[in-house]
Write a protein that binds this ligand. Sequence first.
Ligand SMILES: Nc1ncnc2c1ncn2[C@@H]1O[C@H](COP(=O)(O)OP(=O)(O)OP(=O)(O)O)[C@@H](O)[C@H]1O
Length: 312
Amino acid sequence: MVRLAGATRRYGDVTALDGVTLDVPAGQLLGLLGPNGAGKSTLLQLVSGLRRPTSGVVELFGRPPWEPAARAGLGMTPQETGLPPTLRVREVVDVVAGHFPDPVPTAEVLERFGLGDLARRQTGGLSGGQKRRLAVALAFVGRPRLALLDEPTTGLDVDARHDLWDAVRAYHRDGGTVVLTSHYLEEVEALAERVVVVDRGRVLVDGSLEEVRSAVPARRVRVRAAALPDLGADRALVDGDRHELWTSDADALVRRLVGSGAPFADLEVASASLEEAFLAVTAAADDRSGSRSATGVPGTSTPTTSTPEVAR
Ligand SMILES: Nc1ncnc2c1ncn2[C@@H]1O[C@H](COP(=O)(O)OP(=O)(O)OP(=O)(O)O)[C@@H](O)[C@H]1O
């Protein structure tokens, strides 16, 4: 469905995407994660043909994405959408449907996205969350083969978010391919079968949820000790006598701790959520580049070891 090979996009001095290689096969639901400015929207803009790569290759359905024939099979919700304020919800859906040969009937779109009661409302009178729901619904009007959703549920309350997840799942169940970006890690955990973590325009991790969990230091071992030898943690944070060790294998680390003979107390082992693991990965990338302090990891203090490469 999508192929990027060494895709780079620069804006003046800023390299928004840096040699990204990625294939998205048909039927996959891929979650793109990354901090602000990581390059997620730029990636979606390249795939949708809104922007062209500075170098490298980007293909949509095996064609250059800016060709109308390729884009006809695409549904997209950008991060920000301008809706004509005086048009009614139903009219906006009809206008979009008019661009496609076999659109989903308007009533069905409205029902699927919980917009039935708002059909006659002018879009200028919608709340932020209602506008967002309409914007996401519009991506599905043309029965796309691929839906690109840039932070689809930002601004939605919990119920609306779950309804929207159901709609995305239904589309995926029927064979649709989805690439979505999100700041909500629970969203990616709830929906995606594959997770790609990007930071500073590069792919840091690419795999299934399980693979991402095992590729990142997803266990957190906390212990009090005056001093500890190197226990092979992926990342170690020290604050006085409090040590926080990040690892993908807590059992092995605890065995090494006990085997070292170092006196310790208050041993605590916890599974990190994907959110914490993701923050640890991006913080580890910061450690390597040395350009940002190690913030974001709970209980952060001074990083004492660097993290092994997780990028593939
Ligand atoms: N039109 C532009 N002109 C100049 N710089 C840009 C432009 N668009 C994006 N950038 C820069 O490219 C980098 C990547 O931006 P992008 O919007 O792709 O990130 P993102 O991961 O989508 O971020 P967010 O989560 O905040 O939406 C950022 O440094 C951003 O400032």
